[in-house]
Design a protein around this ligand. Structure first.
Ligand SMILES: Nc1ccn([C@@H]2O[C@H](COP(=O)(O)OP(=O)(O)OP(=O)(O)O)[C@@H](O)[C@H]2O)c(=O)n1
Ligand SMILES: Nc1ncnc2c1ncn2[C@@H]1O[C@H](COP(=O)(O)OP(=O)(O)O)[C@@H](O)[C@H]1O
Length: 225
């Protein structure tokens, strides 16, 4: 059974966007994805999408009239993005603190190791978005993932994820609930193998990529499993 990550408090959800400036650069995308895994977020959903001009205007409607609104909505519609639903006990504030300040030039000065400090290009092209409250997260998740049923997720998946019954699918780039029958197969067939929710955070580099097909460690790293 994979019990690599247990949370004592309910998991909070947040919406993270990897904006078009990040999506344009595979290495930046990978680096931000690695930050997500390293900080023990669970990736509940992840998908590439393209925001149309109208959708982009609606998403940022609270900024209508600000001097940067037009460039912001054009930028958000300028290319593909990645949208993530992230779960963590502290998802909203943790993701926002990892992003760093909105303004990239401020971020570079005050939080150079934050995502925006490290990868942001300008105050508009600042790499990531994160919900600013739980209520915004619910609204924004519904905006980008209309098929996601948050209430059902809390009823069915969250209790299992919280207990650590999960695995990381490197192919799909999301964490998945380990269902009872899968867990049984794993116990029978594993003889001590563990399922890895954190393939990119092995400090010794042993685990990287090792669970792509079977989600199982062949050479298990004691430090992260
Ligand atoms: N009236 C303005 C114009 C600009 N700026 C700040 O200056 C930054 C840089 O402006 P500009 O040179 O126009 O931006 P670009 O380098 O073209 O980059 P981007 O459009 O991606 O922000 C803006 O993002 C904004 O933070 C501002 O505070 N007030
Ligand atoms: N002064 C600015 N100049 C250019 N773009 C800005 C500025 N302020 C905000 N933006 C853009 O608008 C987005 C939304 O702004 P806001 O909601 O205030 O920040 P955050 O994304 O940190 O929650 C920012 O992420 C950024 O892309």
């Amino acid at each position: 059974m994979a019990a690599a990550r247990c949370a004592s408090r309910p998991l909070q959800l947040t919406l993270a966007l990897l904006k078009p400036d990040a999506a344009a650069h595979p290495l930046v995308l990978e680096a931000v994805h690695a930050v997500i895994l390293r900080h023990r977020f669970l990736i509940v959903r992840a998908k590439e999408l393209r925001c149309g001009a109208e959708q982009s205007r609606r998403f940022y409607r609270e900024h209508a009239g600000r001097f940067f609104y037009q460039r912001l909505v054009e930028f958000m519609a300028s290319g593909p993005m990645w949208a993530y639903i992230l779960a963590h006990e502290n998802a909203v504030p943790l993701w926002r603190s990892l992003m760093g300040p909105t303004k990239v030039f401020r971020a570079r000065h005050s939080d150079p190791d934050s995502i925006r400090g490290a990868y942001g290009l300008t105050d508009t092209r600042n790499t990531t978005h994160g919900s600013d409250s739980s209520a915004s997260a619910s609204r924004e998740i519904a905006f980008f993932f209309p098929e996601f049923d948050e209430q059902r997720w809390y009823e069915q998946d969250e209790p299992q994820l919280r207990r650590g019954q999960l695995y990381y699918s490197a192919e799909e780039r999301v964490h998945r609930v380990l269902r009872a029958e899968e867990a049984q197969v794993q116990i029978q067939g594993s003889s001590g193998h563990h399922c890895c929710p954190c393939p990119q955070q092995c400090p010794q580099g042993i685990c990287s990529g090792s669970c792509v097909s079977s989600h199982r460690f062949e050479s298990c790293c004691p430090q992260c499993c």
